[in-house]
Design a protein around this ligand. Sequence first.
Ligand code: FEO
Length: 170
Amino acid sequence: MLNDKITVMLNNQINKEFFSWYLYLDISNYYANKNLDGFANWFSIQAQEEYAHAQLFLKYILNNGEVVKLLSIAAPESNFVDFKAPLSAAFEHELFITASINEIYAEAYTQKDFKTMQFLDWFVKEQGEEEKNVDDLCKRFDLFGTDPRGLYLLDNELASRVYTAPSLVI
Ligand code: FEO
């Protein structure tokens, strides 16, 4: 059993993770349309990770005997002005997700809900990694992405990313 407020926050987090999935699918599609298949691959895998995050929140709620309430997934804003814009949007989005997870953590701390705090520990660490990955990508794009040959090499490198399932087991 979970506290009602914590359950609502976790349910909302499912929606935010599914929106992240949608957003990164949209970004992947954007790059695919521009023939940047490596960037498209990188965001397609990012999208898979977000889908897996949503499943973890969902399963945690169910495993604690609470009801999962699925909400509508908003359409992502996809008017990107240049190749860098989706990267900046992804970085901003990860900051938003980190803040959201921190809010749930703070509430769990207030409620002395140690079980939820322990569950969220994995996400706190994961968010640190995700912020760094996207920030690195932004910086590398600034270094190499504005030169056609640099962009080609960066795109080739991003094509090699493969999906690995989350290490957290619920
Ligand atoms: Fe599941 Fe990128 O946050």
